[in-house]
Design a binder for this molecule. Structure first.
Ligand SMILES: [Zn+2]
Length: 397
């Protein structure tokens, strides 16, 4: 029975949800982190955590301790709390420009199964969504699970997402998808709640929840792939902006009068460091069959031409980021997407420009690092989105 609004019972329920959402948002956290994030007292957090542990919603990670960024005071390492992986399953999908990836995971983000297919999603929304629903149901069945056990599906798309309608805004890498209600179609096919988000924003959520950004409350995730975008975590929360399109770093102008971008402007960052632009620049001297993998492999082998392309790309990204870092003072800049495989030369290019272009107080504080989740970042972000969107549901199972 629902408790009366304003009663002690309903206050405790709200606080329980608040604690659960904090664990979901951050993946694995200490009780002290929860106290800081929620503003609840230590005693209240301890008591609510004990409830959630005894109900089997949370577990303690016996062999894991809080990373240094969350426990600067030293002393005995704090035990981390996380969602009970056995509490249910969750599906994640990444609809990329030329690839569709579907992952089935437990509630702590542990991948149970994965399917992916090269596909030209630009032109085939119906086929791509049919593939997604078939693959999702197969993955759940392959684990011997019933669909009732799955709490929801998250979908990362290479486009800004209209938050209210779950449809895509322009400029999108997915040209024929603007009127397709992805959430409604998939909900109809798989019979689960479906949540849709922008892939760069979800990459940020994934690195923050499961990856290198754990414990960092202010970070910028930069996705360098065919499309270029960024996701922001500010003050311990994903930041989506007034209209849900924050982080469109790919459309920051870096070359006055440069090439025309798919958004209609000239000289956007994406027209310079998007993988098509980079491969195009490189293929002028290496032939038309050059691929991104060739450019990256040659740079790892110290080929001067490919190193030049990658270091310059890093510097250009750094220029686009400098003003944003000056404004936001992030703790971490995480480089992800296909180009992140280029590693140090790319990161060094970004760092060099940030050190030169920012006041020392900010540039000394910001760490530029590669993402930890690689090609799974966006799909794991979709998993995190679905999990955190279903908090109340978890408490009533
Ligand atoms: Zn643009």
């Amino acid at each position: 029975m629902a408790s009366a609004p304003g009663s002690l019972e309903s206050l405790r329920s709200r606080n329980r949800l608040h604690v659960l959402e904090t664990v979901q948002q951050r993946g694995a956290v200490s009780r002290a982190d929860i106290t800081r994030a929620t503003g609840l007292s230590r005693t209240t957090v301890s008591s609510l955590a004990a409830d959630l542990l005894s109900d089997g919603v949370l577990i303690e990670l016996a062999d894991r301790v809080a990373p240094p960024v969350t426990s600067p005071g030293g002393g005995r390492p704090a035990t981390l709390l996380t969602l009970n992986p056995d509490g249910g399953g969750v599906l994640g999908v990444h609809l990329g420009h030329d690839n569709v990836r579907v992952v089935y995971a437990d509630l702590s983000g542990g991948v149970l199964g994965e399917r992916q297919r090269e596909i030209d999603v630009d032109h085939l929304p119906v086929d791509s969504l049919a593939y997604v629903s078939d693959a999702a149901l197969e993955l759940v069945a392959a684990e011997g699970h019933d669909v009732d056990r799955v709490i929801g599906m998250g979908v990362a798309v290479s486009a800004p997402v209209q938050l209210a309608s779950h449809t895509l805004r322009s400029p999108s890498m997915l040209r024929d998808w603007s009127d397709v209600d992805i959430a409604a179609r998939l909900r109809h096919e798989v019979g689960l709640p479906v949540y849709v988000g922008n892939d760069a924003n979800l990459g940020a959520m994934a690195e923050w929840t499961f990856g290198v950004g754990r414990g960092a409350d202010d970070l910028i995730y930069v996705m360098l792939s065919d499309g270029v975008g960024a996701g922001l975590i500010l003050n311990g929360r994903p930041y989506e902006g007034a209209t849900g399109t924050a982080g469109e770093l790919g459309h920051v102008v870096v070359v006055e009068g440069g090439y025309v971008c798919r958004c209609g402007n000239r000289g956007c960052l994406e027209t310079v460091v998007g993988t098509h632009a980079l491969v195009g620049a490189f293929s002028q001297s290496r032939g038309p069959d050059t691929t991104l993998a060739d450019v990256v492999a040659l740079s790892v082998a110290d080929d001067p031409g490919s190193l030049r392309v990658i270091v310059d790309a890093g510097r250009t990204v750094g220029r686009a980021l400098a003003g944003i870092c000056a404004m936001l003072d992030p703790k971490l800049v995480i480089i992800g997407g296909k180009l992140a495989a280029a590693g140090s030369p790319l990161l060094d290019g970004v760092r060099e420009v940030l050190v030169r272009g920012l006041p020392p107080a900010i540039s000394q504080g910001v760490v530029v690092t590669a993402g930890r989740l690689g090609h799974r970042a966006e799909v794991l972000g979709a998993i995190a989105l679905a999990t955190r969107s279903t908090s109340a549901h978890l408490l009533t199972r």
